[in-house]
Design a protein around this ligand. Structure first.
Ligand SMILES: [Zn+2]
Length: 236
């Protein structure tokens, strides 16, 4: 019995991705940290915002930081103004932003892979999304060096990673809008499934719903593996 309880606790702990993004009240950008780390940084804790919410890890937001009256804590990649360090909960990339406006994207148009190893459905889907969201995708990856069929749809050239933050491994909340757009345009895109922010949506299993209600995925270990710096789209 004791073993079973321990196993359950460990499984739940593995779900909670500490120092990774979450959305707090009113969709405000937050970070998953311990409740004590949140309060010592002057933040507000919101229950249910982090995967599994286990091991005292909760979504922490800070609506007012001392940069300017408009300042709030957000991921540096998403800040439209200037960012000041050491005023926010979470890792260094969570900073006090001088602007209340969203600062998503602003990137030059990414290069598209040629149709070939990367299949036409994926190339077309990539171009359709980028055209709908100018400036929001910094880079595109399609194929991966693996045999088809393999562990990933990238192996068969039927998946695209839409990198939507300032760099690989840098988290963003920008991907949420892109991921929901993919869901809403599933027929046009010939969508197999879409992943963003440790959540997955599959048209053959899931009804249309807000990203916050998508099925949670296990903690794979880091910002990239948990899809906080890109949206993964698999095509049929
Ligand atoms: Zn991918």
């Amino acid at each position: 019995m004791q073993l079973k309880v321990l196993t359950l606790i460990m499984a739940a702990t593995a779900m909670a991705a500490t120092n990774e993004p979450c959305f707090g009240a009113d969709g405000r950008a937050g970070v998953c940290v311990s409740t004590s780390a949140c309060s010592s940084a002057g933040g507000i804790t919101i229950a249910g915002g982090c995967p599994a919410d286990a091991a005292d890890i909760k979504c922490c937001t800070k609506a007012s930081c001392s940069n300017t009256s408009a300042g709030n804590c957000r991921w540096q990649s998403d800040c439209a103004g200037s960012s000041v360090a050491n005023q926010c909960p979470g890792p260094a990339q969570m900073k006090c932003c001088s602007s209340a406006a969203t600062g998503f994207g602003g990137y030059a148009a990414p290069a598209f892979p040629a149709v070939g190893a990367c299949k036409a459905v994926a190339v077309t889907g990539a171009k359709t999304l980028v055209a709908a969201w100018p400036g929001r995708v910094r880079q595109i990856y399609c194929t991966r060096d693996c045999a088809c069929p393999g562990t990933s749809d990238h192996c068969c050239g039927k998946a695209i990673d839409f990198m939507c933050s300032d760099g690989g491994g840098i988290p963003t909340t920008s991907g949420r809008q892109l991921a929901e757009w993919v869901m809403n345009n599933r027929a046009t895109l010939n969508l197999k499934y879409v992943i963003y922010g440790q959540k997955i949506w599959n048209p053959s299993q899931d009804s249309v719903k807000a990203w916050t209600s998508w099925r949670p995925m296990e903690d794979r270990g880091d910002v990239t593996q948990n899809h906080w710096d890109h949206v993964h789209v698999s095509f049929n």
